[in-house]
Design a protein around this ligand. Structure first.
Ligand code: TRP
Length: 453
């Protein structure tokens, strides 16, 4: 291990940072909706199986590359396969993270805006319809979302500037436990609402009529997205782990954390949507329309409780989003710092400004630029579709091919196992088999499913 390179102080710190990346808007606004829409309990079971039997091996492949390469995405591929085109996979990761950072920050900005509103005025004095329609007013206006996007992305840039130990590690160590506790509290609150039972039923009832091959593709795609696979984040964070910290256990804990958080979020969001008598749908409306409705309704009888839950909830969304944002930001930063020898401060500024500009276009595509369409998508949805449907799967495919077919098995097993104890190695042959044979086939299948109408 390069002693000059920064690293996480402990395995726990690495797990919290990885979990911070994994737990994000994907858990809060995509997962709950998908469960209900694609077959309830059946979707859940497939999601569980895919997470641990397919996504986890892909996670390991990505982490093995970073831990062995000891550099960011571009640097690791250049170091492990010098003189080949594999470094282009690093370029792909940087481009994907660049795109996702730009639009993710806009959504994080809305969360920041709503957090500020809950502290300043809350939703208890708004009528239910004002609380619900506030979102389209905010997101389609020009300045308000740009300001909050600036604040949100700026905060991420500041954390990144402080580096791995003093920035990312310190921040995720504080926020992740708080996030978990807050969400559990809100879950109990949400489950106690009138009408929550309907929501639980919607999620847990196995509905075979909604089950199709597409369900499988969505369950796997969602599990990849949720673990932040295929974009070099896991690779980059793993490159900051100490030699003695095992990626085998870090990966397992991160998946357990992410899975539990997805379930908790579903039990927060869906019961609230049903209690509000609204239709569950994917996307921002779930978080920024349905929950404010509940908060305003509750405000009529217990304004103080309403205010507290509102603040807790948007603080959770804010934490979940910013810990994911810094992980994408870091993929781009690592490249500028390590391969282009730019100082960390300058690198964070460069990425901040470029993602800020792209983010503004994404933000305006909910308002004044709404009619600008490329391939039938608005700028925001084009970025989202490109990153989460195409670039992510392509990246994941190239990672498993690299570890399964290019890297030698000994290096892979070496990285996978703990340095000091050989206990965990027994599971390696299974993961290796999945990485080498099963994952490439399945990922190509999900990729092709994007083209099925
Ligand atoms: N996992 C994040 C979430 O659930 C989203 C995400 C997808 C992501 N790909 C990523 C985050 C790459 C960081 C880096 O919201």
């Amino acid at each position: 291990m390069d002693s000059n390179r920064e690293h996480f102080g402990s395995r726990m710190a690495a797990v919290l940072a990885l979990a911070g990346s994994a737990v994000g808007l994907g858990n809060i606004w995509r997962f709950p909706y998908m469960v209900g829409e694609y077959g309830g309990a059946i979707f859940l079971i497939f999601y569980l199986i895919f997470t641990f039997f397919l996504s986890l091996p892909v996670f390991y492949a990505e982490a093995i590359i970073g831990k062995k390469g000891r550099k960011g995405a571009f640097g690791s591929f250049s170091a492990l396969a010098p003189g080949t085109n594999w470094k282009l996979v690093g370029v792909l990761c940087i481009v994907s993270c660049f795109i996702i950072t730009s639009y993710y920050s806009v959504v994080g900005g809305w969360a920041t805006d709503y957090l500020a509103r809950s502290v300043a005025t809350g939703f208890e004095s708004l009528s239910q319809s004002t609380a619900t329609s506030l979102f389209s007013k905010v997101s389609s206006s020009v300045w308000e979302p740009i300001i909050s996007h600036t604040v949100f992305l700026g905060l991420a840039a500041i954390i990144i500037k402080f580096g791995i130990k003093n920035g990312i590690e310190k921040f995720t160590k504080i926020t992740m436990p708080i996030l978990f506790v807050l969400m559990i509290l809100i879950m109990f609150f949400s489950l106690s609402l009138d009408g929550a039972k309907e929501g639980v039923k919607y999620m847990l009832r196995p509905d075979f009529s909604k089950f199709s091959a597409k369900t499988l593709a969505f369950a796997l795609g969602q599990s990849f997205f949720s673990l932040s696979l295929g974009m070099g984040t896991v690779l980059t964070y793993a490159s900051y782990m100490r030699d003695e910290d095992s990626i085998a256990s870090a990966g397992l804990y991160t998946s357990i954390f992410d899975f539990s958080f997805a379930l908790i979020s579903a039990f927060v969001v869906i019961p609230a949507v049903f209690a509000a008598g609204l239709e569950p749908g994917a996307g921002p409306s779930l978080v920024f329309e349905s929950l404010p409705y509940i908060f305003s309704e509750m405000g009529q009888t217990s304004p103080v409780l309403s205010r507290c839950v509102t603040i807790f909830f948007f603080l959770s969304v804010f934490f979940a989003a910013i810990t994911s944002l810094i992980s994408m930001f870091e993929v781009c930063t690592a490249h500028l710092v390590e391969d282009r020898k730019i100082s960390r401060t300058k690198a964070s500024l460069i990425i901040f400004f470029s993602c800020w500009l792209l983010g503004i276009l994404c933000s305006l595509s909910f308002g004044v630029l709404e009619d600008i369409k490329l391939f039938g998508y608005t700028i925001f949805s084009l970025f989202d579709t490109l990153a989460s449907n195409y670039l992510m799967t392509l990246g994941a495919l190239l990672f498993v091919l690299f570890v399964g077919w290019k890297m030698d098995r000994e290096s892979a097993i070496d990285q996978f196992s703990m340095r000091k104890s050989k206990k965990r190695e027994k599971t390696f042959p299974y993961f290796y088999f999945v990485i080498k044979y099963v994952a490439p086939v399945v990922i190509i299948a999900i990729f092709l499913s994007n083209f099925i109408k």
